[in-house]
Write a new protein. Structure first.
Length: 287
């Protein structure tokens, strides 16, 4: 009798242990799956909302994009689609990543109010382009360029398309699992390669007081010196690419896509910790 109670108890303990081990092994897979599903559902919901918001807009298709625009911009629309196709090809080459999302939704808003309204912003934020949940929203150069005779050229030279399209690449490559400074750094790096455009540099005295990268992850937009936040992100990505090559960045993106946390993905890709990189970057990366 005693032996049989012990044996039943032992069986229960073994069973509970096996279930615990199984859950322990399964849980990370469920979390990764959950994150990927959330990312996809979020994009689909936002895509549906955007479709409703722009149902009175004109539509033009190219191989990889669908562009929504208003009649005032009908002369610009073909050029923007042609640029988008060209940039897509060049970004794939620069980053070594094939973009799978098709068609990529682009919206060209005629004024800042219309662009802001599409997010529910109060209108005090000033921007010429936004990447948001799988969609690229652009402000027509008629709203931000004074030289109306060469709007197409101005958009090509100063427009945010290459930058925003790179954000889409990073979002898709990692299924939304990336720190904000990383995507801002890569987007500026690619933009500079394609159009030659870079933001102005911060003051020398600002450069000695860099933001901790942890602050540039979740609270990027809240940092008071935005020029420093963008510049620091670009320098970090440049530093990583120049010292350790594109291959390591691709490994990092792949690990993030698989749901790995950023600190672990970073160690696996570079062989040292992110705090070690941050320390070295602060000491020597900016010279
Ligand atoms: Zn950006």
């Amino acid at each position: 009798m005693f032996t049989s109670i012990v044996s039943v108890k032992l069986k229960i303990v073994v069973f509970v242990l096996i279930v615990a081990l199984f859950i322990n092994w399964l849980l990370p897979h469920f979390l990764v799956m959950g994150q990927k599903i959330t990312h996809k559902v979020f994009q689909q919901v936002m895509g549906f909302i955007l479709k409703q918001q722009t149902k009175t807009y004109e539509t033009l298709y190219s191989n990889n994009f669908i562009l929504k625009y208003t009649q005032e911009d009908q002369d610009l629309a073909p050029l923007i689609l042609q640029l988008a196709e060209d940039y897509l090809f060049r970004i794939e080459k620069i980053l070594g990543i094939k973009q799978q999302k098709r068609p990529i939704p682009l919206v060209l808003y005629s004024d800042e109010e219309a662009l802001n309204k599409s997010f529910g912003w109060s209108g005090d934020k000033s921007t010429v382009g936004v990447y948001w949940a799988g969609t690229i929203r652009l402000l027509s150069p008629r709203a931000w360029s004074e030289n109306t005779a060469t709007l197409g050229e101005t958009f090509e030279r100063e427009g945010p398309l290459a930058h925003e399209l790179t954000h889409l690449f990073i979002d898709e490559a990692t299924k939304g699992n990336y720190p904000r400074w990383l995507t801002e750094g890569v987007a500026q790096y690619v933009e500079a390669e394609i159009t030659g455009f870079t933001l102005s540099e911060p003051l020398e005295e600002s450069k000695v007081n860099l933001y901790p990268f942890s602050r540039l992850d979740n609270n990027f937009d809240q940092q008071p010196d935005q020029i420093l936040a963008y510049w620091q992100s670009l320098q970090a990505v440049r530093n990583l690419l120049e010292k350790y090559g594109k291959e390591s960045l691709l490994v990092l993106l792949r690990e993030l896509r698989q749901g790995e946390s950023f600190p672990k993905a970073f160690v696996h890709s570079y062989g040292f910790t992110f705090p070690e990189f941050e320390q070295e970057f602060k000491e020597s990366g900016l010279k």
